[in-house]
Design a protein around this ligand. Structure first.
Ligand code: NAD
Length: 367
């Protein structure tokens, strides 16, 4: 029997190859008067071209970096305010979309209190500027979540607030064709972690299960192809769709243990987000294995959880990702376990790890 559930999803999604070339029509449809773009360096020339062509676009902040800094969101908000913008368009990976989301919220409040919002010392305004999220990686699903992950120096915080929910997700797989192979693998494994954790999170529900299962099925059949040949637009398109489904899945059910462990791994050992999630993902497949997960595996065309864990392991190895503690350099295992266990997302995992379990997991990672 199907469990009772609540599901809502407020983002209007435009999906398909070439959809980005309709940005001007979408802005007109939304009655946008003035917009600014937040993006990283890789997209800066294209952003300039768009600004030259689309009159509503009045400014560009093009210095978003990986693990985006709060100062970038503040600059974007100030740019939006000086341009009288009603919309912020985040174009890039999760870093650019999250910068746009945070900026859109504080632009409706007091930008001088940027750090207070960040540290939850002041509530966010109850509305934001309009947010258009345009992913150029197939990974985070940030285009459909109410999450913004921002860093302030070395501190990295995940902030979950309805005010960050994009109004529009414009997903054009063509934009991801320039992602280098290693980033393709890292972001693709992030999407896989969203789908799996959205599935096994204690907050999972039937609609998110359905999207998670399909996301896992697609990723396992095409991620290797997208990694090996970035010009394979069929694989890129399937990955963009799978990442979107992963985002829709965890947007409601939240992530769990692998994401909890990813934060200390990113903060203390400088691992990119997706690589940090993937570091423990195959281990948590084994730890969380149960009849539901076996069924997901069968629906995804696998024999069972053992095959799922070994496929994840093989994908990491193929791309030369970090596999064991030895790859991290000098590790403070006591602190690593303590910080992983203390992360709030750990409470969403169906199995509650203790210090001994985590220690053993980290010491026995397969290389
Ligand atoms: P990213 O945005 O940091 O981008 C990674 C690198 O790829 C950057 O150097 C970027 O310039 C480059 N890049 C992006 N698109 C490119 C393209 N088309 N061609 C060439 N280069 C390109 O990476 P990401 O994995 O997409 O995002 C990671 C961030 O998102 C982390 O901060 C993570 O914590 C956050 N995140 C947010 C959510 C959410 O729901 N808000 C979910 C998961 C992760």
């Amino acid at each position: 029997m199907t469990d009772s559930f609540v599901y809502s999803q407020p983002v209007k999604i435009y999906f398909g190859q070439g959809k980005f070339s309709h940005l001007d029509e979408i802005l007109s449809e939304l009655k946008v008067n003035s917009a600014v773009i937040a993006c990283g360096r890789h997209f800066a020339p294209e952003a300039q071209r768009i600004m030259d062509e689309i009159p509503q676009i009045k400014g560009i902040f093009s210095r978003v970096e990986a693990n985006p800094q709060l100062s970038g969101a503040l600059e974007t908000a100030e740019l939006a305010l000086s341009a009288g913008a009603d919309t912020i368009i985040g174009i890039g990976g999760g870093s650019s979309m999250d910068t746009a989301k945070f900026a859109a919220a504080i632009a409706c409040g007091d930008t001088a209190d940027c750090e207070k919002y960040y540290h939850a010392e002041k509530p966010f305004p109850d509305r934001s500027l309009r947010i258009i999220a345009v992913p150029t990686t197939a990974g985070t699903g940030s285009e459909v979540t109410q999450v913004s992950v921002m860093s302030n120096g070395t501190e990295k915080r995940t902030i979950n607030n309805p005010v960050f929910m994009p109004d529009v997700a414009l997903v054009d797989p063509v934009l991801s064709s320039s992602v280098p192979p290693k980033t393709t693998m890292i972001t693709g494994l992030d999407a896989l972690a969203h789908a799996l954790e959205g599935f096994w999170s204690i907050y999972h529900q039937p609609v998110s299960d359905l999207m998670a299962t399909e996301s896992v099925r697609i990723i396992l059949s095409v991620l290797e192809k997208a990694y090996l040949d970035g010009t394979d637009m069929e694989a890129r398109t399937d990955m963009a769709y799978a990442a979107l489904l992963g985002g829709l899945s965890f947007a409601r059910s939240k992530t769990a243990a692998s994401h909890a462990c990813s934060y200390p791994l990113s903060e203390d050992y400088h691992m990119p987000h997706g690589e940090a999630c993937a570091f423990t993902l195959d281990s948590f497949v084994k730890i969380n294995a149960d009849e539901r997960l076996e069924e997901l595996c069968r629906k995804a065309g696998l024999e069972g959880t053992a095959e799922l864990a070994s496929k994840i392991h093989a994908l990491k190895k193929l791309a030369g990702l970090k596999m064991s503690l030895a790859d991290l350099g000098d590790v403070d295992l006591d602190k690593l376990c303590r910080d992983c266990l203390a992360h709030p997302l750990m409470a969403n995992n169906p199995v509650s790890p203790d210090d001994e379990m985590l220690r053993s997991m980290f010491l026995n990672l397969e290389t």
